[in-house]
Write a protein that binds this ligand. Structure first.
Ligand SMILES: Cc1ncc(COP(=O)(O)O)c(C=O)c1O
Length: 268
């Protein structure tokens, strides 16, 4: 039996998790969370990366950050995972589904402009199987019509478009570290990439149940209070420790995955 997916295991996951346990700080934003976020910011050239419990959670955060409200329209491909649509439907948006291109299985960028109305707020391209959407066309359309772009890059970690990491081209990007993805953090996990700097402060608040707790931990406020809507969009440091083991060896995991794909492709 050939399994659908086997999550990669590097070998250092347990020792890093033990280190996290011994640090006495297992909740969010510990040592390993910081390492993973800084690694991604540097490696993917992103102003701010925050670890989240899943790509679903990242997409929900994105919908809150864009202030999506009932009546707003959001354009996305019909061929995607449920979370892409759910995140925006939860805020009351109407989803406008686009057909996909048969060659890339990604949204057909030539059909987007005809779908834009006065109610359109955002375009959500999905980089299916890590194959990049036509981001040049999509970003130009977004600029022309004053729309936001949220990249669902759940499957696109370590993939690029014209040399830029997927997830760093739109205003916000969302990654998944679910066990079916190339890099995982012990089952479920994700991150949000904030490419538009004006969203950074609010993203930290939304992720911390609507409080300025992140600022409190940095000593910027003397106590933390409720400031906005939000939820618990934090990842435990124990999971970040697992993820760190994988990010540290991201190239190795990528190369092995590619070699396995080549084997199947040549045998087919
Ligand atoms: C395109 C896409 N978006 C979102 C998700 C949701 O990711 P997660 O399971 O991390 O919430 C997935 C997961 O398979 C996905 O493939």
């Amino acid at each position: 039996m050939i399994p659908f997916n086997k999550p990669p295991i590097i070998g250092t996951e347990l020792s890093y998790m033990q280190e996290a346990m011994q640090s006495g700080k297992l909740c969010s934003d510990g040592h390993f969370t910081q390492r993973c976020e800084e690694w991604m910011e540097k490696h993917f050239q992103c102003p701010k990366v925050l670890l989240t419990p899943s790509c679903t959670a990242s997409l929900e955060m994105a919908a809150i950050l864009l202030d999506i409200k009932p009546g707003d329209e959001v354009i996305m491909p019909s061929f995607t995972f449920v979370s892409t649509a759910n995140a925006f439907v939860l805020r009351g948006a109407t989803i406008v589904f686009m057909d996909i291109r048969p060659d890339t299985m990604n949204m057909d960028e030539t059909k987007i402009e005809a779908a834009i109305t006065a109610k359109t707020c955002a375009i959500v391209p999905v980089h299916y199987a890590g194959v990049a959407c036509e981001m040049g066309t999509i970003m130009a359309l977004a600029k022309k019509h004053h729309l936001y772009v949220v990249e669902d890059a759940a499957q696109g970690v370590m993939s690029t478009y014209n040399g830029k990491a997927l997830g760093t081209i739109g205003h916000i990007g969302c990654y998944s570290f679910h066990e079916t993805k190339n890099y995982s953090c012990g089952g479920e996990g994700g991150s949000i990439l904030i490419n538009e700097p004006s969203f950074i402060e609010r993203a930290e608040i939304v992720r911390e149940k609507g409080t300025d707790r992140s600022q409190f931990f940095r000593g910027q406020v003397d106590k933390y209070t409720w400031r906005d809507i939000g939820s618990n969009y934090l990842m435990s440091d124990l999971q970040a420790a697992y993820l760190w083991a994988q990010l540290e060896q991201a190239n190795k995991i990528n190369q092995r995955r590619l070699a396995l794909w080549k084997k199947y492709y040549q045998a087919a």
